[in-house]
Design a protein. Structure first.
Length: 260
C-alpha cells in the first residue's frame, strides 16, 4: 500500500466510525475523517498521536444535505487526496412511526442513509474503477429485512443501501474494486439508550457486540472481497428469517395490542 493512500470514514467522531478510523490507521492508511461535530478535530489529533507518522484530516461537514457528497468529493480532489478506502458509516437510528417524524428528520435520514452514501460511491467509485483498485464498505443493518412497524423509515433506507451495495459489488468486482455490506445487529455504542445491565446480558448472549468486533469483522470481509457480512451472525440471521415469516395480519394484531 502506498503511503499516499487515504481512507475516508464518515460519521467518525464516535462509535463505529471512530473505531473504523482507528483500525484503518493501524493498517497504515492516512485518514480523511468526517463528522458534523466539531470534536472531529480533537479525534483526528488523538488518532494521529497514536499512529504517527500517518496524515489525518478532520473535516466538519453535514452529510445530511444533498450537496454534501459532491462537496466532499471536490474537497478530496482539490487537496489531492487519493481515496483507496471509502467507509460510509454516517447515519442516525430510531424506531418510530413514520408519520410521527418531522419532515426535516425524514429528509435527513433519507439523505444520510441513501443519497449521500450512494453518491459518494458513485463519485469515488469512478476513480477506483479507473485505478483498478479500491475498497468500499457500506454500513447497512439487519433491519433492512424487517418490514415492520416503527422501522419503516430506518429499515427502508437501509434496505436501499443493502440492495445498492450488492449491485455495486457485482458491477465493480471485475475492475479490482471490492464493495462490501456490513449489516450489524445491536452494537454497544450507547445509541440505543439500553440500561447497562441489559447491555451486559446482550453481550454475554452474543446479541450485542462491541464496536471493535464489528469493525474488525467488517474490514476483514471488505479486504477479502466479500459481498456481505452480518455481525453477529447466528442470532440476527435467525431473527431476521423468523420476522420475514410473520404475516402482515399478525403484525397488525401486535400493533393493536400495543406490543410494538
Amino acid at each position: 500500500m502506498k503511503q499516499t493512500s487515504y481512507a475516508l470514514v464518515t460519521g467518525a467522531s464516535s462509535g463505529m466510525g471512530l473505531e473504523f478510523a482507528r483500525q484503518l490507521a493501524a493498517k497504515g492508511y492516512n485518514l480523511l475523517i468526517v463528522s458534523n461535530e466539531e470534536r472531529i478535530h480533537e479525534v483526528a489529533e488523538q488518532i494521529k498521536s497514536s499512529f504517527a507518522p500517518i496524515e489525518i484530516i478532520g473535516l466538519v461537514m453535514d452529510l445530511g444535505q444533498q450537496s454534501s457528497a459532491r462537496e466532499l468529493y471536490e474537497y478530496a480532489r482539490d487537496n489531492k487526496i487519493e481515496v483507496e478506502v471509502l467507509v460510509n458509516n454516517a447515519g442516525v437510528y430510531h424506531d418510530r412511526d413514520i408519520l410521527d417524524d418531522s419532515e426535516a428528520f425524514t429528509s435527513l435520514i433519507m439523505n444520510l442513509h441513501m443519497y449521500t452514501p450512494a453518491m459518494l460511491c458513485y463519485l469515488f467509485g469512478q476513480e477506483m474503477k479507473e485505478r483498478r483498485k479500491g475498497y468500499i464498505l457500506n454500513v447497512c443493518s439487519v433491519t433492512s429485512k424487517m418490514a415492520a412497524q416503527r422501522l419503516g423509515t430506518y429499515g427502508g433506507t437501509k434496505a436501499f443501501l443493502c440492495h445498492f451495495t450488492r449491485a455495486l459489488h457485482i458491477e465493480l468486482r471485475q475492475y479490482g474494486v471490492h464493495v462490501t455490506d456490513v449489516s450489524p445487529g445491536a452494537v454497544d455504542t450507547g445509541l440505543y439508550n439500553i440500561k447497562p445491565v441489559y447491555t451486559k446480558i446482550g453481550k454475554c448472549l452474543g446479541i450485542i457486540v462491541s464496536p471493535q468486533t464489528l469493525v474488525r469483522r467488517g474490514l476483514r470481509a471488505m479486504f477479502r472481497g466479500r459481498a456481505k457480512t452480518t455481525v453477529p451472525t447466528v442470532f440476527w440471521r435467525t431473527l431476521t428469517f423468523i420476522i420475514t415469516l410473520i404475516p402482515t395480519c399478525l403484525l397488525r394484531l401486535i400493533r393493536r395490542l400495543g406490543w410494538f
